[in-house]
Design a protein around this ligand. Structure first.
Ligand code: NAP
Length: 288
C-alpha cells in the first residue's frame, strides 16, 4: 500500500510557518500583510473558495479584504478596482477568483494586476520568470504539489516525471518546477498518443485533467509517486462525492506514495496562497 501524502497535515505545517513569519514581518515593518480577494458574480464554488482564502488569511494574522462585484459588472469597473488595489499601500497581494463571467476578459484582468502583487503567479511577467527559473510568485497549486513531493522524495533529481494536463494554472507551471528540480519531464494532454505507455515509465505522475478517476492502475509503474490535482464532483450510490483524476482505490496498492482527494492538493493550494502573499509583502517592503 502507498503512503498517503497528507495535504491537511503538510498544509498546516506551511500555515504555521507562514503565521510565525507574519508575526516577524509585523514586528519588522509595523505593517500587516494585506490580501485583496476579488469575487465577481455568484458562482457557488467560487464563493466557497473565497471564504476559505479569507478565513486562512485571517488565521495567519494577515488582513484580508474581500471585494464583491455583480456578475454583470463591466471590464472597466473591474479594471478600475484592480488599479485601485495596485495603488493601495495596504494591499500586498491581489487575487481575482477565476473563472470570471464570460463577458469579462481573464487575460486582460490578469495582466492588469501589478506583477509584484500577483499572488496567483499568473501574470505574464511571473510566468516568464518561472520559465527562466527565477520566479518568486509561483502558481499556488503546483507550488503546493512540489512541497508535497519533496516531503516524500527529498531529491527529485533525475526522476522521470509525467504531468497530465497543460493548463496555464497547473500543468505548465508544474512542468517548469519539476524541470527546475532536475526531473526529466514529459507533458501529456488530450492530443497525446499512448498516454498509458508514457505514464507507465514515470517515477512521478501529476494528474491535472479534470476527469474523474481517469488514471488507472496499469498506467502506474510500481513504486511511483502519484499527485492527484483533480477535483471532480460525482454521484455514487446516490450520494455526491469528490474524487480526483486518479482511480485512487486501484492505484493506491501500486504507487509508493499518493495524495488523496479530498485532503491532498486542495489544502496545499490555499496554504501556498498565504506563502505567496507573505513573499509579495516582503518584496514590496524591500522595494519601498
Ligand atoms: P483545464 O484547464 O481544463 O486543463 C485540463 C488539461 O487536461 C488540458 O491540458 C487538457 O488537454 C487535459 N486533458 C483533458 N482531457 C484529457 C484526456 N482525455 N487525456 C489527456 N489529457 C486531457 O484544467 P485545470 O485548471 O488544469 O484543472 C485540472 C483539474 O485540477 C480540475 O479537476 C480542477 O478542478 C483541478 N484543480 C484543482 C486545484 C486544487 O487546488 N486542488 C487547483 C486547480 C485545479 P488539452 O490542453 O489538450 O485540452
Amino acid at each position: 500500500m502507498a503512503d498517503l501524502i497528507d495535504g491537511k497535515q503538510i498544509s498546516q505545517q506551511v500555515i504555521d510557518e507562514v503565521a510565525s513569519e507574519v508575526a516577524d514581518f509585523k514586528q519588522q515593518y509595523d505593517t500587516v500583510p494585506g490580501l485583496a480577494v476579488v469575487l465577481v458574480g455568484e458562482d457557488p464554488a467560487s464563493h466557497v473558495y473565497v471564504r476559505n482564502k479569507v478565513k486562512r488569511a485571517n488565521e495567519v494574522g494577515m488582513k484580508s479584504i474581500e471585494h464583491r462585484l455583480p456578475a454583470d459588472c463591466s471590464q472597466q469597473t473591474l479594471n478600475r478596482l484592480i488599479d485601485d488595489l495596485n495603488n493601495d499601500p495596504e494591499v500586498h497581494g491581489i487575487l481575482v477568483q477565476l473563472p470570471l463571467p464570460e463577458h469579462l476578459n481573464e487575460e486582460e484582468v490578469i495582466a492588469a494586476i501589478a506583477a509584484d502583487k500577483d499572488v496567483d503567479g499568473f501574470h505574464p511577467l511571473n510566468v516568464g520568470a518561472l520559465a527562466c527559473g527565477d520566479a518568486s510568485l509561483i502558481p499556488c497549486t503546483p507550488l503546493g504539489c512540489m512541497i508535497m513531493l519533496k516531503q516524500v522524495c527529498a531529491d527529485l533529481s533525475g526522476k522521470n516525471a509525467v504531468v497530465i494536463g497543460r493548463s496555464n494554472i497547473v500543468g505548465k507551471p508544474m512542468a517548469a518546477l519539476l524541470m527546475q528540480a532536475n526531473c526529466t519531464v514529459t507533458v501529456v494532454h488530450s492530443r497525446t498518443r499512448d498516454i498509458e505507455e508514457i505514464c507507465s515509465r514515470a517515477d512521478i505522475v501529476v494528474a491535472a485533467i479534470g476527469r474523474p478517476e481517469f488514471v488507472k492502475a496499469d498506467w502506474i509503474k510500481p513504486g511511483a509517486i502519484v499527485i492527484d490535482v483533480g477535483i471532480n464532483a460525482i454521484e455514487r450510490d446516490g450520494k455526491r462525492k469528490l474524487v480526483g483524476d486518479v482511480d485512487f482505490a486501484a492505484v493506491e496498492p501500486v504507487a509508493s506514495a499518493i495524495t488523496p482527494v479530498p485532503g491532498g492538493v486542495g489544502p496545499m493550494t490555499i496554504a501556498c496562497l498565504m506563502k505567496n502573499t507573505l513573499t509579495a509583502a516582503r518584496g514590496l517592503m524591500a522595494k519601498s
